[in-house]
Write a protein that binds this ligand. Structure first.
Ligand code: FEO
Length: 404
């Protein structure tokens, strides 16, 4: 059965929701599913904006055929080729062989790499600032390299104000019938998944997102709808969304608070982490979130690390190194370019305690513009009452830094 939503006159969502995929990009859990958004404009010529993951192609074709009512699909604008969107390009070409494809030079190159056969006579290469008219609607193109692949562009419909934003402004989570930001409680139900999506998928490319936001700000008065490739379509409250993106893309913390991430083998490092959390709350700092890195997928840890201003890393020593799961978290923070955070360290080792020095070195060498708060809390095997003063001193140092 077709499942479409009307966005504005002659513009439709023709995407699909996926609750079957367990891991997005075969790495990030998506317990609330994901939507693949594609859009159809019925102008004098029909125009499809992006295609869909192969898993949802049948639904997508059904949606298209319902709206096209037997007429051909004339154009396809490809803003992003990654297979969660580009996998069905070939299927569209097979069904509508005369379709004209509009995209960037790099996108056509990537399509060829993925084995998509495009008739050169039907390929229309565009670049920044070009315009194209489909009848009543004229669109312009904004190159957005590395948001999140090098071929990416955004497309702004100058007639109805729809910005097709590719991966920018997207989110994990299936839409399940809803479409617009004002049809959901975004702050309550979507923000955490939007942050987890942004930080893990696009987080590394903050400066590129900043450049796209700069371009968008020049035409912001013309934007009426932000149509991302995943998650809700925005038709109001742009300031809220842009404020989140401003924080995430500049690596500024979203909130003042403390994330405590612990790596514990037998519960002793965990106990120290919990004792610190209790001290902080006792002293009035209740914006504290505690995570066991061994049973929290790193994509959630990354999302929280982008959110909080202060991060406590508590790790046991393992094979004279940092506990592997903690090391993986640190490596992911570095890979995603996380910076501008204040860290505190709790180290544990029954003999040859090394994790503190190694975590400090990692932070100082690989996490830009970051700082380690003194003192470090060091323990041998477990935190005993004789460490009470040191625990207190660490809590006080974190609070002093929070209040600075
Ligand atoms: Fe949703 Fe970069 O693909």
């Amino acid at each position: 059965m077709y499942s479409v939503r009307n966005i504005t006159e002659n513009l439709y969502w023709v995407g699909a929701n996926d609750h079957r995929l367990t891991l997005f990009e075969n790495i990030h859990p998506i317990p609330q599913g994901v939507s693949y958004n594609t859009y159809l404009l019925k102008d004098d010529n029909s125009v499809l904006f992006d295609t869909i993951d192969w898993s949802s192609c049948r639904q997508f074709i059904e949606n298209l055929e319902f709206l096209l009512e037997g007429k051909p699909l004339d154009y396809m604008v490809i803003n992003h080729v990654e297979p969660d969107h580009g996998a069905s390009i070939e299927e569209v070409i097979i069904r509508w062989p005369d379709i004209k494809i509009i995209s960037t030079h790099k996108a056509f190159m990537l399509m060829a790499q993925f084995g998509v056969t495009v008739n050169p006579e039907n390929a229309i290469e565009v670049k920044e600032g070009d315009t194209y008219c489909f009848g009543k609607h004229t669109v312009t193109f904004l190159e957005a390299p590395m948001v999140h692949w090098p071929e990416v562009m955004g497309t702004l419909d100058l007639t109805n104000g729809a910005l097709f934003a590719a991966d920018a402004f997207g989110s994990f989570g299936a839409l399940d019938g809803k479409l617009f930001n004002d049809e959901v409680d975004f702050d309550r139900d979507w923000l955490d998944e939007a942050r987890r999506y942004y930080t893990n998928i696009v987080g590394k490319y903050g400066p590129h997102v900043q450049r796209l936001m700069g371009k968008a700000s020049e035409v912001v008065d013309r934007i009426k709808f932000i149509c991302p490739l995943h998650g809700p379509v925005w038709r109001s409250d742009f300031e809220y969304l842009l404020d989140k993106y401003q924080h995430w893309s500049t690596y500024e913390p979203e909130v003042k608070g403390v994330m405590i991430a612990y790596a514990s083998m037998y519960g002793n490092t965990e106990s120290a982490a919990q004792a610190l959390a209790a001290r902080l709350c006792e002293k009035g700092i209740t914006n504290v979130a505690v995570y066991d890195v061994s049973n929290t997928h790193v994509s959630y840890l990354i999302s929280e690390a982008f959110k909080y201003s202060h991060i406590v890393l508590a790790s046991v020593t393992y094979n004279l190194g940092i506990y592997p799961v903690m090391h993986n978290f640190l490596s992911d923070m570095a890979a995603l370019n996380l910076q501008r955070r204040k860290y505190a360290i709790i180290e544990n080792g029954s003999w040859a305690c090394k994790s503190g020095d190694l975590m400090q070195k990692f932070i100082e060498e690989k996490l830009k513009k970051s700082e380690v708060i003194s003192p470090r809390l060091s323990m041998a095997s477990s935190l005993r009452p004789d460490k009470e003063k040191e625990l207190e001193a660490l809590a006080d140092a974190i609070i002093e830094s929070l209040n600075a």
